[in-house]
Design a protein around this ligand. Structure first.
Ligand code: PEP
Length: 249
């Protein structure tokens, strides 16, 4: 796949030095041929992102979405509301939500389905714990998450991206070794079968300006999901520059 995807995830942290400054500086960024750049901001900043990024080279989105269409679901945000706020991506099933809020594969699939129906690209996160990898279960854990998605969406992954984020690499400063990342991406690509060529596969977990180009040069890694490295524009756009160098590789 020739294109590259870079997605920022601020989590529940403010971009630096301030959110408006980050967005204003991002709005000045040139288009990088062959690279799709987006940022998943905390819900209260979606409207500001819409105001400041409209017409720029950056897309914006959210970090979660309700599986319900509408109704008495206090605290939830619907896919339609996100679409009305110009969101074109949404993270779904991030490990922090699966672990801290007990999100199940069925709920993750329902959220992805709801987002896609509203015209928003869900980025479905999968990944294993360190203990699971040590026990030799990394592929079975990730494989089960992918299988649930495939079954729930009747094998149709159009409009969906998948992010492999080994949980032990998130926020640790230690990314997966290139051979570990490549092996898992190859495994996922193989499991996707018919959807294999059109589903962007992103790697996430301690991606930095230093390791981004190497990761995105590996087979089956189409882009990166960036947490801590997206909080400052310098590092985030250095990662986007690395992605531009990997287009067509
Ligand atoms: C993430 O939260 O999706 C993530 C990959 O975080 P970090 O880049 O900080 O490891």
């Amino acid at each position: 796949m020739a294109r590259r995807w870079v997605v920022g995830n601020w989590k529940m942290v403010r971009a630096q030095p301030t959110v408006p400054e980050w967005l204003q500086s991002a709005a000045q960024q040139p288009t990088r041929a062959g690279v799709d750049v987006s940022v998943a901001v905390p819900a209260p900043y979606v409207f500001l992102a819409q105001q400041l990024l409209q017409g720029s080279s950056l897309a914006w989105g959210a970090q979660d979405v309700s599986w319900d269409e509408e109704g008495a679901h206090t605290g939830e945000v619907s896919a339609t509301m996100l679409a009305e706020s110009g969101c074109s991506i949404v993270l779904v099933g991030h490990s922090e939500r699966r672990l801290r809020f007990g999100e199940t594969d069925a709920q993750v699939t329902a959220k992805a389905s709801r987002a896609r129906a509203a015209g928003i690209r869900p980025i479905v996160c999968v990944g294993e714990l360190a203990a699971e990898r040590r026990a030799g279960k990394a592929e079975s854990v990730v494989g089960a998450q992918i299988e649930a998605l495939l079954v729930g969406l009747h094998g149709d992954l159009s409009g969906i991206s998948i992010a492999y984020e080994p949980i032990w690499a998130i926020g640790t400063g230690v990314a997966a070794a290139p051979e570990e990342a490549a092996a898992m991406h190859g495994f996922i690509r193989h499991q996707l079968g018919g959807s294999a060529t059109s589903t962007p596969l992103l790697y996430g977990g301690s991606v930095s300006a230093e390791n981004a180009a190497q990761l995105m040069s590996l087979p089956d890694i189409d882009g990166v999901l960036v947490g801590g490295g997206s909080l400052r524009t310098e590092s985030f756009f250095a990662i986007c520059d690395a992605a531009a160098r990997c287009v067509g590789v």
